[in-house]
Ligand binder design. Structure first.
Ligand code: SF4
Ligand code: SF4
Ligand code: FES
Length: 238
């Protein structure tokens, strides 16, 4: 396998040809916030939180989909990047109904974690608080559209690992919504196997189990790597 040499925040590093800049950052303990990315799922570069600068390129690039190339010079923490990341998180909070105090994942939410990481202490934009739907038709799970950040983790895990492809995204722009089957209530879905993978990978309180433990919902996201290795390499290791 070819090895690439490049610089990461001014430090020389080497990478395998199949590595992404996000893989490299994780390997070298460079903190980079992510939301749509989850180890074990295909990368889509949807949330734009992991943006980095590449010397010689005027635009910003999502590290989760950017392959390491020979001679690249990557910057991960410039003032411009910090400003954009904070703005992205602010817009996510302003777009729907994130009232953490009454959320089932308060204290265990990846959006909250990212907000802390980018230093968010207030939102400069007007909250839109759009009317959103709550789908309680499934016997075991709930969908609260007001907490959805459209990361598509549920769509990908259902398609890539469960093979059911129950979830999809309908609509455009601010009107985009995750839907089940052909936009029927989740409880009526014929493709859903009730495996719960989508609930476990959802970074926020958008998908959760109806029966809550006393301390709220705790999601188990590490099971993905286990499942993927089991299927691809026939090794049942964690
Ligand atoms: S999903 Fe996260 S950010 Fe949104 S209300 Fe719940 S705890 Fe807050
Ligand atoms: S329901 Fe959860 S996993 Fe699915 S797109 Fe919304 S936030 Fe992401
Ligand atoms: S984690 Fe890279 S764009 Fe979302």
């Amino acid at each position: 396998m070819t090895v690439k040499t490049l610089t990461l925040d001014g430090k020389p590093v080497s990478a395998r040809e199949d590595e992404t800049i996000l893989d490299l950052c994780r390997e070298h303990k460079v903190p980079l916030p992510t939301l749509c990315h989850l180890e074990g799922l295909g990368a889509v570069g949807a949330c734009r939180l992991c943006l980095v600068e590449v010397k010689g390129s005027p635009r910003l690039h999502p590290a989760c989909t950017l392959r390491a190339e020979e001679g690249m010079e990557i910057t991960t923490g410039s003032d411009r990047l910090k400003r954009y990341r904070r703005q992205i998180v602010e817009l996510l909070f302003a777009e729907r109904n994130h009232v953490c105090a009454i959320c089932v994942v308060n204290g265990r939410c990846e959006l909250q974690d990212v907000a802390y990481a980018v230093g968010l202490d207030h939102v400069r934009y007007q909250y839109r608080h759009p009317p959103t739907e709550l789908d309680a038709s499934h016997p075991r799970f709930m969908l609260d559209q007001g907490r959805c950040v459209l990361c598509t983790r549920c769509v990908r895990v259902c398609d890539e690992l469960e093979g059911a492809h129950t979830w999809d995204v309908a609509g455009r722009g601010a009107a985009s919504r995750v839907i089940t089957d052909l936009n029927q209530p989740w409880g009526k879905s014929e493709s859903c196997t009730s495996c719960g993978k989508c609930v476990q990978v959802c970074p926020t309180g958008a998908l959760f189990e109806k029966i809550q433990p006393a301390g709220g919902t705790v999601k188990r996201r590490d099971f993905l790597t286990y499942l993927k290795t089991a299927r691809e390499k026939k090794q049942w290791i964690r």
